[in-house]
Design a protein around this ligand. Structure first.
Ligand SMILES: [Zn+2]
Length: 273
């Protein structure tokens, strides 16, 4: 939830650009991998930056989100380039009454045909979260951080409890920032309805979820940068875990008791350790 004064369209585009650049900087978005969307429920005027209008059908009906605005990355666009010319890579969608269709606002300089092919998952997660929490702002990021993704190829890390007890043990901050831990979805074909449904379910219980053999999806109802931070916390944890594997597992990590002491001190509710 965001309080007034609400960020303006240009501020949101700058924040999406900064998050995109940071994801590229931490090697979570090679080439055109990854995508970002935000949903806001206050009024903005899209036509100054996005004067071209088309009608589109939404991937699923979202009647409760009539009037809501989405900023969504375009298919095939590079996250690292959003910051230079955001309207070349980002579209704006305002949901029509009834929630089945929307107005797609874009720039005449846009360099994409369609919004990201993962928009079905983005929209479903926004819809589920906004309907359950009533937030007026929600950000979703899909990225492909190398170490988290690599670990998702190793069978024992495909168990959610194993994944969490091994990744959340390297720094005190990790459990504080990801108290529900990291969700895990077995391999699902990109853009598929199966991946969409699994995202909705897992992101009800977690702030970030691993897509096996592909990447992660993270959310935040505070800012797009906060969602990017969650990708970075998970990736840093996975980097420690990878280092430890390469080093013959010499590190002991924080013990379960030490992590419980941290949680007690910082008043963190968790059920992993
Ligand atoms: Zn991907």
């Amino acid at each position: 939830m965001i309080d007034t004064p609400y960020p303006e369209l240009n501020d949101l585009l700058v924040m999406m650009g900064a998050a995109g650049k940071h994801l590229a900087d931490i090697e979570a978005s090679e080439g055109a991998a990854g995508n970002i969307s935000v949903c806001l429920r206050w009024q903005i005027e899209p036509r100054n930056r996005f004067p071209v209008m088309d009608e589109i059908e939404l991937p699923q009906p979202v009647p409760e989100l009539a009037g809501a605005t989405f900023l969504v990355s375009g298919s095939g666009r590079r996250l690292r380039e959003f910051i230079d010319e955001p309207t070349a890579s980002i579209a704006c969608i305002v949901v029509n009454d009834g929630g089945k269709t929307g107005k797609l606002y874009t720039s005449p300089h846009r360099r994409f045909e369609r919004v990201t092919s993962e928009f079905n998952s983005h929209l479903a997660v926004h819809y589920d979260q906004i309907c359950s929490s009533g937030t007026n702002f929600h950000a979703v990021i899909h990225a492909q951080p190398i170490h988290v993704t690599y670990l998702s190829h190793i069978p024992r890390y495909q168990d959610e409890q194993h994944l969490n007890t091994h990744l959340l043990r390297w720094q005190p901050e990790t459990i504080i920032n990801l108290p529900e831990g990291i969700g895990f979805i077995p391999f699902r074909v990109p853009s598929s309805p199966e991946l969409m449904a699994a995202n909705v379910e897992s992101l009800r219980r977690h702030r970030i979820v691993v897509w096996a053999k592909h990447g992660v999806m993270a959310r935040s109802d505070v800012s797009v940068k906060r969602a990017a931070d969650r990708v970075e916390y998970a990736e840093t944890a996975a980097k420690y875990e990878y280092l430890n594997l390469c080093d013959g597992e010499m590190g002991e990590g924080l013990s379960a008791d030490e992590i419980r002491q941290i949680c007690k001190t910082f008043n963190v509710q968790q059920s992993i350790f």
